[in-house]
Ligand binder design. Structure first.
Ligand code: PBG
Length: 329
């Protein structure tokens, strides 16, 4: 009697495979990142992100409605800020009539039930392309936190449901939570980029927002003094537990595919939802290989998204969200 167990029995055909499948992707898994620009009727393709666009507010409104029809229930807003409005203080980020604040209202007006998440970070507003105030070649931690808290409050006032600080300063979740509570925004959630690595996969995103660190004397050329060293695992747990203590409702690991060991470990350690950001470089790689005919776009896309969820993601921020949902619907 050999063998008693034949694992292939449950792989015989698609029907049986689907009955025993452990990880199923559905529209509720996704957060849709959106890039917003000023102007009218603007839908500009991002060179290093084929089929992904910068949208003006009128186009954003259309997009939000379309996403909602597809069953996608959350967006994560990023803004591309005019160079003239950039400085070293993040002043424009606090403008109640700024692009982000108008974008939040636009989505909420178009689809009131849509969960609006906002990027809280200084880099799109920074003349140096950094996520903090720069002084004497250093990124100031505590002064930056004060701006991030005010920025979060400003987004909450404009109607954001979730603020998502993506900077990696120490203690910013506490500062943000405290100010939101003090100002009566006790229901505004915080999704913290808790384990965000200093990654080369962010390149296309920085093209999209024109937000890369500038190449100037005495300005750090990278973000390695605040984003995490990709060689580290224990530090990711420490960062994440601290953010939860400070009041984060959702924690995040970023990027996705290269960091699934971290995702699983965090998922097994914490009891809050874990989000994963499949970043711009991961998107660009699949697009480029598919364009060359070297990889099957849809198959690789679905395999990667499923792997991210299997690793423990409750939520996935992905530029493929719409493509995946169209494919599985
Ligand atoms: C910056 C920010 C980045 C991303 C999200 N927020 C880039 C960076 O840290 O330089 C990257 C997202 C992506 O690559 O898709 N606050």
């Amino acid at each position: 009697m050999y063998p008693l167990r034949r694992n292939r029995r449950l792989r015989t055909n698609e029907s049986i495979r689907s009955l025993v499948r452990e990880t199923i992707i559905n529209p509720n898994d996704f957060i849709v990142p959106l890039f917003v620009v000023d102007g009218k009727g603007v839908k500009e393709e991002i060179a290093s992100m084929p089929n992904y666009y910068r949208l003006s507010l009128d186009m954003l409104q259309k997009e939000a409605k379309e996403l909602w029809k597809l069953g996608l229930k959350s967006v994560l807003l990023f803004v591309k800020v005019d160079d003239k409005l950039k400085d070293n203080s993040g002043k424009e980020a606090l403008n109640p009539d700024g692009l982000m604040q108008r974008a939040i209202k636009t989505v909420k007006n178009a689809v009131p039930e849509m969960i609006v998440m906002t990027d809280v970070a200084m880099d799109p507003y920074s003349s140096f392309g950094h996520d903090g105030i720069v002084s004497e070649g250093k990124i100031l931690n505590d002064d930056t936190n004060a701006v991030l808290a005010e920025m979060s409050l400003s987004h909450a006032k404009a109607g954001a449901d979730v603020v998502a600080p993506s900077d990696m300063m120490d203690g910013r979740i506490f500062e943000i939570r405290t100010l939101l509570e003090d100002e009566g925004f006790c229901n505004t959630a915080i999704m913290s980029y808790s384990a965000k690595y200093a990654s080369a996969f962010y390149g296309p995103f920085r093209d999209a927002l024109d937000s890369a660190p500038v190449d100037k004397k005495d300005i750090p050329k990278d973000k390695k003094t605040y984003q995490m060293d990709y060689a580290n695992r224990e530090e990711a747990i420490r960062e994440t537990l601290m953010d939860i203590d400070e009041g984060a409702d959702i924690v995040m690991v970023k990027p996705g595919l290269c960091y699934l060991d971290i995702v699983r470990e965090i998922k097994d350690t914490v009891n809050v939802p874990v989000a994963v950001y499949q970043v711009s470089g991961e998107y660009a790689m699949i697009k480029a290989a598919a364009e060359k005919g070297w990889l099957d776009h849809d198959a690789v896309m679905l395999e990667q998204i499923t792997a991210i969820k299997r690793a423990g993601a409750s939520l996935i921020a992905s530029y493929f969200a719409k493509d995946v949902v169209k494919l599985i619907n």
